[in-house]
Design a protein around this ligand. Structure first.
Ligand SMILES: Cc1cc2nc3c(=O)[nH]c(=O)nc-3n(C[C@H](O)[C@H](O)[C@H](O)COP(=O)(O)OP(=O)(O)OC[C@H]3O[C@@H](n4cnc5c(N)ncnc54)[C@H](O)[C@@H]3O)c2cc1C
Length: 335
Protein backbone atom coordinates (compact mmCIF):
# COMPACT_ATOMS: atom_id res chain seq x y z
CA UNK A 1 0.00 0.00 0.00
CA UNK A 2 1.42 3.39 -1.00
CA UNK A 3 0.24 6.16 1.36
CA UNK A 4 0.92 9.83 0.66
CA UNK A 5 -0.22 12.90 2.57
CA UNK A 6 -1.51 16.29 1.33
CA UNK A 7 -1.79 15.23 -2.29
CA UNK A 8 -3.19 17.61 -4.93
CA UNK A 9 -6.16 15.96 -6.62
CA UNK A 10 -5.98 18.05 -9.83
CA UNK A 11 -4.00 15.46 -11.85
CA UNK A 12 -6.49 12.74 -10.84
CA UNK A 13 -9.70 14.59 -11.82
CA UNK A 14 -10.76 15.41 -15.38
CA UNK A 15 -12.30 18.67 -14.06
CA UNK A 16 -8.76 19.54 -12.81
CA UNK A 17 -10.00 21.41 -9.72
CA UNK A 18 -7.03 21.76 -7.40
CA UNK A 19 -8.09 20.54 -3.96
CA UNK A 20 -5.93 18.50 -1.60
CA UNK A 21 -6.51 15.05 -0.07
CA UNK A 22 -5.15 14.72 3.47
CA UNK A 23 -4.38 11.03 2.87
CA UNK A 24 -4.13 9.42 -0.57
CA UNK A 25 -3.60 5.68 -0.92
CA UNK A 26 -2.81 3.74 -4.09
CA UNK A 27 -4.73 0.45 -4.03
CA UNK A 28 -3.30 -2.32 -6.22
CA UNK A 29 -4.82 -5.35 -4.46
CA UNK A 30 -7.39 -6.48 -1.91
CA UNK A 31 -4.52 -6.75 0.60
CA UNK A 32 -3.93 -3.01 0.07
CA UNK A 33 -7.57 -2.35 0.98
CA UNK A 34 -7.14 -4.39 4.20
CA UNK A 35 -4.02 -2.35 5.02
CA UNK A 36 -5.86 0.92 4.31
CA UNK A 37 -8.63 -0.13 6.73
CA UNK A 38 -6.01 -0.74 9.44
CA UNK A 39 -3.81 2.33 8.93
CA UNK A 40 -5.91 5.11 7.35
CA UNK A 41 -8.66 7.26 8.76
CA UNK A 42 -12.31 7.06 7.67
CA UNK A 43 -14.25 8.53 5.99
CA UNK A 44 -13.00 6.96 2.80
CA UNK A 45 -13.47 8.40 -0.67
CA UNK A 46 -13.20 6.02 -3.62
CA UNK A 47 -11.41 7.34 -6.72
CA UNK A 48 -11.11 5.67 -10.12
CA UNK A 49 -10.25 7.75 -13.17
CA UNK A 50 -11.75 10.90 -11.61
CA UNK A 51 -13.93 11.64 -14.65
CA UNK A 52 -17.15 11.94 -12.66
CA UNK A 53 -16.08 13.54 -9.37
CA UNK A 54 -15.82 17.20 -8.36
CA UNK A 55 -14.83 17.94 -4.74
CA UNK A 56 -16.18 21.17 -3.24
CA UNK A 57 -13.04 21.78 -1.16
CA UNK A 58 -10.07 19.91 0.36
CA UNK A 59 -10.82 16.30 1.30
CA UNK A 60 -10.38 15.51 4.98
CA UNK A 61 -10.64 11.69 4.96
CA UNK A 62 -8.65 9.12 2.97
CA UNK A 63 -8.86 8.89 -0.81
CA UNK A 64 -8.53 5.30 -2.05
CA UNK A 65 -7.21 5.39 -5.62
CA UNK A 66 -8.28 2.07 -7.16
CA UNK A 67 -5.57 0.72 -9.48
CA UNK A 68 -6.29 -3.04 -9.39
CA UNK A 69 -5.31 -4.49 -12.79
CA UNK A 70 -5.96 -7.66 -14.78
CA UNK A 71 -8.22 -9.10 -17.47
CA UNK A 72 -8.95 -12.83 -17.22
CA UNK A 73 -11.13 -15.06 -19.45
CA UNK A 74 -12.97 -17.38 -17.06
CA UNK A 75 -15.04 -19.34 -19.60
CA UNK A 76 -15.59 -19.52 -23.36
CA UNK A 77 -18.18 -21.85 -24.95
CA UNK A 78 -17.54 -20.62 -28.49
CA UNK A 79 -20.26 -17.94 -28.26
CA UNK A 80 -20.46 -16.65 -24.70
CA UNK A 81 -17.28 -15.48 -23.03
CA UNK A 82 -17.03 -14.72 -19.31
CA UNK A 83 -14.36 -12.14 -18.50
CA UNK A 84 -13.26 -10.85 -15.08
CA UNK A 85 -11.69 -7.38 -15.16
CA UNK A 86 -9.76 -5.59 -12.42
CA UNK A 87 -11.49 -2.43 -11.18
CA UNK A 88 -8.52 -0.23 -12.08
CA UNK A 89 -8.41 -1.19 -15.76
CA UNK A 90 -9.31 1.61 -18.18
CA UNK A 91 -12.87 1.13 -19.47
CA UNK A 92 -12.18 2.14 -23.07
CA UNK A 93 -9.14 -0.13 -23.30
CA UNK A 94 -11.24 -3.04 -22.03
CA UNK A 95 -13.96 -2.30 -24.63
CA UNK A 96 -11.34 -2.18 -27.38
CA UNK A 97 -9.81 -5.44 -26.08
CA UNK A 98 -13.25 -7.08 -26.37
CA UNK A 99 -13.90 -5.68 -29.88
CA UNK A 100 -10.46 -6.89 -31.03
CA UNK A 101 -11.58 -10.44 -30.13
CA UNK A 102 -15.14 -9.98 -31.50
CA UNK A 103 -16.53 -10.44 -27.96
CA UNK A 104 -19.75 -8.45 -28.39
CA UNK A 105 -22.04 -6.34 -26.27
CA UNK A 106 -20.09 -3.31 -25.08
CA UNK A 107 -18.96 -1.71 -28.38
CA UNK A 108 -21.45 1.20 -28.07
CA UNK A 109 -19.71 2.19 -24.81
CA UNK A 110 -16.39 3.02 -26.48
CA UNK A 111 -14.46 6.10 -25.37
CA UNK A 112 -16.28 6.59 -22.05
CA UNK A 113 -13.50 7.84 -19.75
CA UNK A 114 -12.72 6.13 -16.46
CA UNK A 115 -12.18 2.73 -14.96
CA UNK A 116 -14.01 -0.59 -15.09
CA UNK A 117 -14.67 -0.45 -11.32
CA UNK A 118 -16.67 2.76 -11.68
CA UNK A 119 -18.81 1.47 -14.59
CA UNK A 120 -21.43 -0.36 -12.45
CA UNK A 121 -21.54 2.57 -10.01
CA UNK A 122 -23.70 4.69 -12.29
CA UNK A 123 -24.44 1.91 -14.78
CA UNK A 124 -22.68 3.81 -17.55
CA UNK A 125 -24.56 4.09 -20.79
CA UNK A 126 -24.36 5.59 -24.27
CA UNK A 127 -25.89 5.12 -27.71
CA UNK A 128 -28.64 2.76 -26.58
CA UNK A 129 -26.55 0.42 -24.38
CA UNK A 130 -25.80 0.31 -20.65
CA UNK A 131 -23.06 -1.77 -19.04
CA UNK A 132 -25.82 -3.82 -17.35
CA UNK A 133 -26.43 -5.42 -20.78
CA UNK A 134 -23.38 -7.65 -20.25
CA UNK A 135 -22.92 -7.49 -16.47
CA UNK A 136 -22.70 -10.84 -14.67
CA UNK A 137 -21.41 -10.03 -11.17
CA UNK A 138 -18.81 -8.04 -9.29
CA UNK A 139 -16.59 -8.44 -6.28
CA UNK A 140 -16.35 -5.74 -3.64
CA UNK A 141 -14.99 -5.09 -0.16
CA UNK A 142 -17.00 -3.47 2.62
CA UNK A 143 -14.68 -0.83 4.09
CA UNK A 144 -16.65 -0.76 7.37
CA UNK A 145 -16.35 -4.49 8.10
CA UNK A 146 -13.62 -5.80 5.76
CA UNK A 147 -16.09 -8.35 4.40
CA UNK A 148 -15.63 -9.49 0.76
CA UNK A 149 -18.80 -9.95 -1.28
CA UNK A 150 -19.81 -11.26 -4.69
CA UNK A 151 -22.78 -9.19 -5.90
CA UNK A 152 -25.20 -10.09 -8.73
CA UNK A 153 -27.17 -7.75 -11.03
CA UNK A 154 -30.47 -7.65 -9.05
CA UNK A 155 -28.55 -6.69 -5.89
CA UNK A 156 -26.83 -3.89 -7.81
CA UNK A 157 -30.29 -2.39 -8.64
CA UNK A 158 -29.10 -0.91 -11.94
CA UNK A 159 -31.16 1.99 -13.24
CA UNK A 160 -30.66 5.04 -15.45
CA UNK A 161 -27.23 6.31 -14.29
CA UNK A 162 -27.92 4.60 -10.97
CA UNK A 163 -27.16 1.59 -8.77
CA UNK A 164 -26.95 0.66 -5.10
CA UNK A 165 -23.31 1.88 -5.24
CA UNK A 166 -24.54 5.41 -6.01
CA UNK A 167 -26.99 5.18 -3.09
CA UNK A 168 -26.49 3.48 0.28
CA UNK A 169 -23.23 1.69 -0.65
CA UNK A 170 -21.52 4.89 -1.85
CA UNK A 171 -18.00 5.22 -0.42
CA UNK A 172 -18.53 2.06 1.67
CA UNK A 173 -18.25 -0.77 -0.86
CA UNK A 174 -15.10 -0.75 -2.98
CA UNK A 175 -15.58 -2.64 -6.23
CA UNK A 176 -12.42 -4.68 -6.85
CA UNK A 177 -13.37 -6.53 -10.06
CA UNK A 178 -16.30 -6.79 -12.47
CA UNK A 179 -17.26 -9.90 -14.46
CA UNK A 180 -18.97 -9.46 -17.84
CA UNK A 181 -20.62 -12.03 -20.09
CA UNK A 182 -19.79 -11.04 -23.67
CA UNK A 183 -21.07 -12.85 -26.73
CA UNK A 184 -19.80 -13.31 -30.28
CA UNK A 185 -23.45 -13.42 -31.44
CA UNK A 186 -24.59 -10.27 -29.60
CA UNK A 187 -26.66 -8.22 -32.07
CA UNK A 188 -25.34 -4.81 -33.08
CA UNK A 189 -27.31 -1.93 -31.55
CA UNK A 190 -27.70 0.80 -34.16
CA UNK A 191 -30.96 2.46 -33.05
CA UNK A 192 -29.35 5.84 -32.36
CA UNK A 193 -29.63 8.11 -35.38
CA UNK A 194 -25.93 9.08 -35.42
CA UNK A 195 -24.77 5.46 -35.18
CA UNK A 196 -27.33 4.31 -37.78
CA UNK A 197 -26.20 7.01 -40.22
CA UNK A 198 -22.54 6.02 -39.85
CA UNK A 199 -23.34 2.32 -40.28
CA UNK A 200 -25.57 2.94 -43.32
CA UNK A 201 -22.49 4.35 -45.05
CA UNK A 202 -20.71 0.95 -44.84
CA UNK A 203 -20.13 -0.79 -48.17
CA UNK A 204 -19.95 -4.21 -46.40
CA UNK A 205 -22.09 -5.95 -43.73
CA UNK A 206 -21.51 -3.83 -40.61
CA UNK A 207 -19.32 -5.37 -37.93
CA UNK A 208 -18.74 -4.74 -34.24
CA UNK A 209 -15.59 -2.86 -35.18
CA UNK A 210 -17.66 -0.56 -37.44
CA UNK A 211 -20.00 0.30 -34.54
CA UNK A 212 -17.02 0.85 -32.23
CA UNK A 213 -15.31 3.11 -34.81
CA UNK A 214 -18.57 5.02 -35.42
CA UNK A 215 -19.05 5.67 -31.71
CA UNK A 216 -15.43 6.82 -31.33
CA UNK A 217 -15.82 9.21 -34.28
CA UNK A 218 -19.17 10.60 -33.05
CA UNK A 219 -17.90 11.13 -29.51
CA UNK A 220 -14.65 12.72 -30.69
CA UNK A 221 -16.59 15.20 -32.83
CA UNK A 222 -19.24 16.00 -30.20
CA UNK A 223 -17.63 15.99 -26.76
CA UNK A 224 -14.85 18.22 -25.46
CA UNK A 225 -11.69 16.26 -24.67
CA UNK A 226 -10.97 16.71 -20.92
CA UNK A 227 -7.23 16.70 -21.68
CA UNK A 228 -7.76 19.93 -23.67
CA UNK A 229 -10.71 21.47 -21.81
CA UNK A 230 -11.25 20.07 -18.29
CA UNK A 231 -14.79 18.73 -17.75
CA UNK A 232 -16.70 15.81 -16.24
CA UNK A 233 -18.91 14.94 -19.22
CA UNK A 234 -22.66 15.40 -18.79
CA UNK A 235 -23.06 17.30 -15.56
CA UNK A 236 -26.79 16.52 -15.12
CA UNK A 237 -29.02 13.50 -15.71
CA UNK A 238 -31.88 13.80 -18.17
CA UNK A 239 -34.93 14.43 -15.95
CA UNK A 240 -37.79 11.92 -15.97
CA UNK A 241 -41.20 13.45 -15.22
CA UNK A 242 -44.88 12.46 -15.04
CA UNK A 243 -46.76 12.15 -18.35
CA UNK A 244 -49.24 14.90 -17.30
CA UNK A 245 -46.49 17.42 -16.63
CA UNK A 246 -44.76 16.42 -19.89
CA UNK A 247 -47.97 17.01 -21.87
CA UNK A 248 -48.44 20.41 -20.24
CA UNK A 249 -44.82 21.41 -21.02
CA UNK A 250 -45.18 20.23 -24.63
CA UNK A 251 -48.26 22.39 -25.11
CA UNK A 252 -46.25 25.41 -23.90
CA UNK A 253 -43.01 24.46 -25.73
CA UNK A 254 -43.88 22.45 -28.87
CA UNK A 255 -40.17 22.00 -29.78
CA UNK A 256 -39.30 20.34 -26.42
CA UNK A 257 -37.67 16.90 -27.03
CA UNK A 258 -39.43 14.14 -25.06
CA UNK A 259 -39.09 10.33 -24.95
CA UNK A 260 -41.51 7.94 -23.24
CA UNK A 261 -39.82 5.58 -20.75
CA UNK A 262 -40.99 2.12 -19.73
CA UNK A 263 -42.83 3.09 -16.51
CA UNK A 264 -45.20 5.51 -18.32
CA UNK A 265 -43.16 8.57 -17.43
CA UNK A 266 -41.36 10.84 -19.90
CA UNK A 267 -37.67 11.69 -20.25
CA UNK A 268 -36.63 15.24 -21.16
CA UNK A 269 -33.32 16.42 -22.63
CA UNK A 270 -31.44 18.28 -19.89
CA UNK A 271 -29.21 19.88 -22.57
CA UNK A 272 -32.23 21.40 -24.34
CA UNK A 273 -33.65 22.83 -21.09
CA UNK A 274 -30.28 24.38 -20.16
CA UNK A 275 -29.78 25.73 -23.67
CA UNK A 276 -33.23 27.39 -23.62
CA UNK A 277 -32.16 29.24 -20.45
CA UNK A 278 -29.26 30.77 -22.38
CA UNK A 279 -26.35 29.05 -20.63
CA UNK A 280 -24.37 27.81 -23.64
CA UNK A 281 -21.00 29.57 -23.75
CA UNK A 282 -21.53 31.41 -20.42
CA UNK A 283 -18.33 31.97 -18.38
CA UNK A 284 -17.75 33.12 -14.78
CA UNK A 285 -14.71 32.78 -12.45
CA UNK A 286 -12.90 30.43 -14.83
CA UNK A 287 -15.86 28.05 -15.07
CA UNK A 288 -18.40 27.91 -17.89
CA UNK A 289 -20.87 25.99 -20.00
CA UNK A 290 -19.45 24.46 -23.16
CA UNK A 291 -20.23 26.45 -26.30
CA UNK A 292 -21.56 23.38 -28.19
CA UNK A 293 -22.79 21.13 -25.36
CA UNK A 294 -25.07 22.80 -22.79
CA UNK A 295 -24.87 19.71 -20.56
CA UNK A 296 -21.10 20.03 -20.07
CA UNK A 297 -19.64 22.38 -17.45
CA UNK A 298 -16.02 23.19 -18.25
CA UNK A 299 -13.19 24.42 -16.06
CA UNK A 300 -11.59 26.74 -18.59
CA UNK A 301 -9.29 28.77 -16.34
CA UNK A 302 -8.41 27.26 -12.97
CA UNK A 303 -11.86 27.37 -11.37
CA UNK A 304 -12.39 25.75 -7.97
CA UNK A 305 -14.79 22.98 -6.99
CA UNK A 306 -17.04 25.45 -5.21
CA UNK A 307 -17.31 27.64 -8.36
CA UNK A 308 -18.23 24.57 -10.40
CA UNK A 309 -20.96 23.59 -7.93
CA UNK A 310 -22.16 27.21 -7.68
CA UNK A 311 -22.63 27.30 -11.46
CA UNK A 312 -24.41 23.92 -11.31
CA UNK A 313 -26.78 25.32 -8.67
CA UNK A 314 -27.43 28.46 -10.75
CA UNK A 315 -28.26 26.30 -13.78
CA UNK A 316 -30.57 24.09 -11.71
CA UNK A 317 -32.39 27.16 -10.36
CA UNK A 318 -32.89 28.74 -13.79
CA UNK A 319 -34.25 25.50 -15.29
CA UNK A 320 -36.59 25.04 -12.29
CA UNK A 321 -37.82 28.65 -12.66
CA UNK A 322 -38.36 28.35 -16.43
CA UNK A 323 -39.86 24.84 -16.64
CA UNK A 324 -40.67 23.66 -13.10
CA UNK A 325 -38.25 20.74 -13.67
CA UNK A 326 -35.57 19.66 -11.17
CA UNK A 327 -32.19 18.77 -12.67
CA UNK A 328 -30.23 16.16 -10.71
CA UNK A 329 -26.43 16.22 -10.90
CA UNK A 330 -24.91 13.13 -12.53
CA UNK A 331 -21.44 14.15 -11.34
CA UNK A 332 -20.47 13.01 -7.84
CA UNK A 333 -19.92 15.78 -5.31
CA UNK A 334 -17.34 15.36 -2.55
CA UNK A 335 -18.23 17.68 0.36
C1 LIG B 1 -15.86 13.55 -21.61
C2 LIG B 1 -16.70 12.62 -20.75
C3 LIG B 1 -17.68 11.84 -21.35
C4 LIG B 1 -18.45 10.98 -20.58
N1 LIG B 1 -19.39 10.20 -21.19
C5 LIG B 1 -20.17 9.37 -20.48
C6 LIG B 1 -21.17 8.56 -21.10
O1 LIG B 1 -21.35 8.59 -22.31
N2 LIG B 1 -21.92 7.75 -20.33
C7 LIG B 1 -21.74 7.67 -18.98
O2 LIG B 1 -22.47 6.89 -18.34
N3 LIG B 1 -20.80 8.41 -18.35
C8 LIG B 1 -20.02 9.24 -19.05
N4 LIG B 1 -19.07 10.01 -18.44
C9 LIG B 1 -18.91 9.92 -16.98
C10 LIG B 1 -17.76 8.97 -16.52
O3 LIG B 1 -16.90 8.70 -17.57
C11 LIG B 1 -18.33 7.66 -15.97
O4 LIG B 1 -19.17 7.91 -14.88
C12 LIG B 1 -17.19 6.72 -15.53
O5 LIG B 1 -17.72 5.46 -15.19
C13 LIG B 1 -16.42 7.26 -14.34
O6 LIG B 1 -15.29 6.44 -14.16
P1 LIG B 1 -14.09 6.90 -13.26
O7 LIG B 1 -13.18 5.73 -13.07
O8 LIG B 1 -13.49 8.13 -13.79
O9 LIG B 1 -14.85 7.18 -11.89
P2 LIG B 1 -14.59 8.33 -10.84
O10 LIG B 1 -14.92 9.64 -11.43
O11 LIG B 1 -13.25 8.17 -10.22
O12 LIG B 1 -15.71 7.95 -9.77
C14 LIG B 1 -17.08 8.08 -10.09
C15 LIG B 1 -17.89 7.54 -8.89
O13 LIG B 1 -17.68 6.14 -8.78
C16 LIG B 1 -17.11 5.81 -7.52
N5 LIG B 1 -16.11 4.76 -7.77
C17 LIG B 1 -15.06 4.82 -8.62
N6 LIG B 1 -14.39 3.65 -8.61
C18 LIG B 1 -15.05 2.84 -7.74
C19 LIG B 1 -14.84 1.51 -7.28
N7 LIG B 1 -13.83 0.75 -7.72
N8 LIG B 1 -15.71 1.00 -6.34
C20 LIG B 1 -16.75 1.74 -5.88
N9 LIG B 1 -16.99 3.01 -6.29
C21 LIG B 1 -16.15 3.54 -7.20
C22 LIG B 1 -16.48 7.11 -7.00
O14 LIG B 1 -16.42 7.14 -5.59
C23 LIG B 1 -17.44 8.16 -7.55
O15 LIG B 1 -18.56 8.30 -6.71
C24 LIG B 1 -18.26 10.89 -19.18
C25 LIG B 1 -17.26 11.67 -18.57
C26 LIG B 1 -16.48 12.53 -19.36
C27 LIG B 1 -15.42 13.35 -18.69
Amino acid sequence: MLLRRNVSLAPYLTMRVDHVAREFVTIRSIADLDAARRHCDAPYRILGGGSNIVPVANVSGTVLHICIEGIEILADDGNAVTVRVGAGEQWHEFVEWSVDRDFGGLENLALIPGTVGAAPMQNIGAYGVEQSRCFLQLECVNMSTGERLVVDAPTCRFGYRDSVFKQEWRDVMVITSVTYMLNRQAPLVTDYADVRRAIEGCTHTPTRRDVFDAVVAIRTAKLPNPAELPNSGSFFKNPVIDADQAAMLLSQHPAMPQWPVSDGRVKLAAAWLIDQCGWKGFRNNGVGVHTNQALVIVNAEGGTGSTVWQMAADIQRSVADAFGVELEAEVNRWD
